[in-house]
Design a protein. Sequence first.
Length: 170
Amino acid sequence: MYKKFYPDYKFNKVLDIPDSFFLKNDIKFAVLDIDNTLVPYTSPLPDENARLFLKRLDDLGISFIFVSNNHEERVRLFCDKLDGNIDFIFDARKPFVYKIKHAMRRLGADKTNTVFIGDQVFTDVYAANRAGILSVMVNPIEAKETPFFGAKRAMERVVLKNYKAKEWKE
Ligand SMILES: [Mg+2]
């Protein structure tokens, strides 16, 4: 009943996703959430971990785009501080799927070679599943969140109660 909310894979954090995951799944493109996936919600700028992860994608020849529900100023500032011309979509309104499809068209990606990585069940995972692409969930970086997010996380726990994370085998 809740399967549409189940991520294909779950990792603790983005840096825990091994190169083999991308290689064996034939991933050429990545659609990425920013807040609490790459950096804490409260970090306006990319930090060392985010840079390391993005460099790894780059080294693997994976093109990526950010698709965030956050507003333009936040997303643009984050991307401006990264090297290169990084494409992004703000106000994405996930779990609506059209901006993810739009992002995939911009990348030249298709369903078979694209991964989505995000930290939220009802926006990220649900949207990625609806788009028909591989969905990866990471644990939110920031433990301390607002009461609204706390309630959302409680709902996520209910929905994922019977979810058994597929283990990635090298
Ligand atoms: Mg997020």
